[in-house]
Design a protein around this ligand. Structure first.
Ligand code: ADP
Ligand code: MG
Ligand code: MG
Length: 511
């Protein structure tokens, strides 16, 4: 068990103080859209047949404490990570080698690769790519050298549907408001105006999209243009997406539409120049040329119900719309690619980050990750994973996104025994990062949960690049850090997903 670094935090509230804080939290959240649609177990379909109700997003009552040096470290590598992943996504040869180990044992990855091959054969018509990435970290202290101080280690890098940027700006706003109205007792000196960094994720992500929209240029056929938010339906986390959408409308004057993933073939077509044309179902006489398709869907195999859904994905990929992300950018974000980069003594990072100083800073954020194949490193990993004692220090991950897919610690040996050995290489084995323990109170579905928590810091990055193919064909047009997210979960849970039902959104109080 990690030691408790901050035993005095958060302060205990008496009943009157708690009532004051909570009533303000509940009202501020709804007034500012720090909200989600309720789960069916919280509000049944019978109570809310028209789906009109919303509730406070799961949030922490207090901003969690986070070491300032770690926060600065994570932000300082954001642009290097944008550079790294845009380079990987533009290196088909390298991705092919990474994907090759998976195609026979992971149907989802195989289908994504097929989409790329089909478009490659026809020829890509859009060299521009947008990445709205999120690099996730936890605080780590080297147990063999505690004097070295805390640093961040990367949990994973997301290249598709990096969520919570919309809510993150607002949870910062909530905690700042609670501070301003004295809802935090005066004894909590740590929370003050200088210790709460603003999360600029809403303007940051919207700016990334606006830059892509602008780079696409006006419609040559004289149609009005639009950005498509490709979404799951139903979507409980809709306000998170709406905040970014409204910012894009209001600040950048960009027209946006939400298109459910299953309706791509109904509502869009690709014209003879391969422009993606969108017809809104509510206004079938109108047509818009799509400049950018922003994916908040399409990352999980459950979303592809039949060939028709794959045909829809192909339709977008072969079109001239800019994709955020393209299939290749999505594939650059697999856990496998992360493992290939992070396997100790891996030569791969240098290929993508020729600047040694930049590569060294990125390397510092890697935790050890091993393949589960038959290579030397893989054999070593298999030993560690099968031994119940050593497995306790690891997490086993398949090539999936969205939370709820990993196998943790003591469950690993049994899981492997129940899985045919031929499928083991579809996973990677990663050392668990053990952040310092601290307490907080989470407000979720109208209930308070108080106790030990674990925080995960996400740093958003926006990157727009042109990929004309070949070694020298990549040109980065925009590369900036785009705000932060802090997610906090009860320390009893291995998983951290807010949408998957494990965590809450939080903001950082830097110490
Ligand atoms: P996903 O793409 O499904 O979000 P992640 O790699 O982020 O997959 O894993 C899900 C969750 O599992 C994380 O949010 C984190 O809480 C936990 N987790 C994953 N890897 C580690 C690790 N190396 N150390 C500690 N916790 C981890
Ligand atoms: Mg994750
Ligand atoms: Mg992920």
């Amino acid at each position: 068990m990690a030691t408790q670094l901050y035993p005095e935090y958060p302060p205990d509230l008496n009943e009157a103080e708690q009532t004051y804080l909570l009533s303000n939290l509940k009202d501020w959240s709804i007034a500012h859209g720090l909200a989600v649609r309720p789960t069916a177990s919280y509000v049944s379909a019978e109570t809310d047949p028209s789906g009109a109700l919303a509730t406070t997003a799961p949030v922490t009552l207090f901003p969690s404490l986070f070491p300032r040096v770690c926060f600065e470290q994570a932000k300082s590598v954001a642009q290097a990570y944008n550079e790294l992943y845009s380079a990987i996504a533009s290196d088909e040869e390298w991705l092919k080698q990474t994907v090759e180990e998976l195609v026979d044992i992971d149907d989802f990855i195989a289908e994504l690769w097929k989409v790329h091959l089909a478009v490659k054969q026809e020829g890509y018509v859009q060299p521009l790519n947008l990445g709205l990435f999120r690099s996730d970290y936890m605080v780590h202290t080297d147990p063999t050298n505690p004097q070295s101080g805390p640093c961040v280690k990367q949990v994973e890098f997301n290249t598709i549907a990096s969520s919570f940027g919309g809510l993150s700006s607002h949870v910062f706003g909530l905690h700042k408001h609670l501070l301003a109205i004295d809802a935090y007792p005066e004894t909590v000196a740590s929370i003050n105006d200088k210790s709460l960094p603003e999360s600029k994720s809403v303007p940051g992500l919207a700016l990334g999209m606006a830059k892509a929209h602008e780079a696409y240029g006006p419609s040559t056929g004289g149609l009005p243009t639009c950005v498509i938010f490709l979404v799951q339906d139903p979507e409980r986390n809709v306000f998170d997406q709406r905040h970014v959408e409204y910012e894009l409308n209001k600040t950048h004057g960009v027209r946006t539409f939400r298109l459910p993933f299953g309706r791509v073939l109904e509502d869009t077509k690709v014209d003879s120049d391969r422009k993606l044309i969108y017809t809104p179902p509510h206004a079938p006489s109108k047509q818009f040329e799509v400049t950018l398709v922003y994916f908040r869907a399409g990352y999980s195999p459950d979303e592809y119900h039949s060939q028709r859904d794959w045909d829809g994905r192909l339709q977008i990929e072969r079109s001239a719309a800019i994709k955020c992300p393209s299939v290749l950018t999505q594939l650059a974000g697999t856990k496998k690619a992360q493992q290939v980069l992070a396997t100790p003594h891996s030569p791969h990072l240098k290929r993508f980050l020729p600047d040694d100083a930049q590569a060294a800073e990125v390397l510092k954020t890697f935790a050890p990750i091993y393949p589960m194949d038959e290579s030397e490193a893989g054999k070593e990993a298999r030993k560690l994973a099968l031994d119940p004692e050593t497995a306790m220090r690891y997490v086993l991950k398949p090539q999936r996104e969205g939370g709820g897919n990993n196998v943790y610690r003591r469950a690993i040996p049994g899981f492997l025994k129940d899985t045919p050995e031929t499928h083991w290489p579809a996973h990677i084995l990663m050392e668990m990062i053990e952040p310092p323990a601290q307490d907080n109170v989470i407000f979720r579905n109208g209930e308070l949960q108080k106790g030990g928590v674990i925080c995960e810091l996400g740093i958003y990055g926006a990157c727009l690049w042109r990929d004309e193919g070949g070694q020298s064909g990549r040109e980065v047009l925009e590369n900036f850090e785009a705000g932060y997210l802090l997610r906090t979960k009860g320390s009893g849970s291995e998983e951290g997903g807010v949408a998957a039902g494990f965590g809450s959104v939080d903001s950082a109080c830097l110490v």
